[in-house]
Design a protein around this ligand. Sequence first.
Ligand SMILES: C[S@@+](CC[C@H](N)C(=O)[O-])C[C@H]1O[C@@H](n2cnc3c(N)ncnc32)[C@H](O)[C@@H]1O
Length: 287
Amino acid sequence: MAFQSPEFTPDPEPLHQRQSLSPVESTLLIPLAARAHGERLFPGMALNDASAAATLARLQADVSCFLEDTLSVYGVLSRTRLIRELAHDFFVRHPQGWGVNLGCGLSAYFQWLDQGRNHWLDADLPHVMQLRHELLPLLGPRHHQASVDLCAPHWWQALGLPQGAHGRPVLVILEGVLMYFKACEVEAVLREFATHAPPGSELVCDTLSWMAMGAAARHPSVCHTRAQFHWGPRCLADFTRAHPRLHLKAEHPVLEGYHPASDWMCAAFRAVWGVPVYGVVQLALKD
Ligand SMILES: C[S@@+](CC[C@H](N)C(=O)[O-])C[C@H]1O[C@@H](n2cnc3c(N)ncnc32)[C@H](O)[C@@H]1O
């Protein structure tokens, strides 16, 4: 379905019920809406995501409430452009490497990142993967899909990902996922990556500060899904303390350029609290 006009009255039935998705699963509609229609609001941030528009059309979901939250739309476009760039750079360095999008929702990075010899795995909870099977075709023999529950143990081996000193490097993407996990679950996910990933592997995730914990009802997009924020870093060491191999490679701003007032607010927040209010971090392995 198409972008609704501002006069459109949203159906009072929660989105996740209409789509039979759980609250956290239904958060996938937020980035999908932004990628499908966000460039109408921010032409300079266009992604040319043909997949998102087609997927949303087939889903027939009303996403007008998400498009009213222009800061989140901007954040999704900005983080998608950044992650796409970081992944492209990773595959230049590791042409036969793996990209693994954990909690992939209905995103479609491989449309941009097939560089001839690299592999790509999209993985999410079983219900979401069932939806993906219906909506999104695989893009060739090096494109893979699998169900995973990242809160269950041993998911790296269950997904059959490369491991050990001679395995192909893996780029793990966790986008819009970790803020819905409890602190112990985040630590276990990072430890699983650091324990098994071959040398040269990296992990990229977005990060929402601890101040948002428990406050999803006040988030203008997430409130429509009834999901909750359970985790946010209090310091950047929260990303690396799970395992001695983990190393913070870079921190990237995401909301910069939305508005001078939000630029100032983000910079002030970072200076006072030592973590971004919202941003992307890139972890590498010390090998
Ligand atoms: C905000 S959406 C982000 C989707 C996608 N990464 C994107 O940016 O379009 C959060 C996703 O995390 C997934 N997720 C939540 N808990 C999960 C878990 N325990 N294991 C795997 N995926 C999970 C949800 O199903 C949902 O697709």
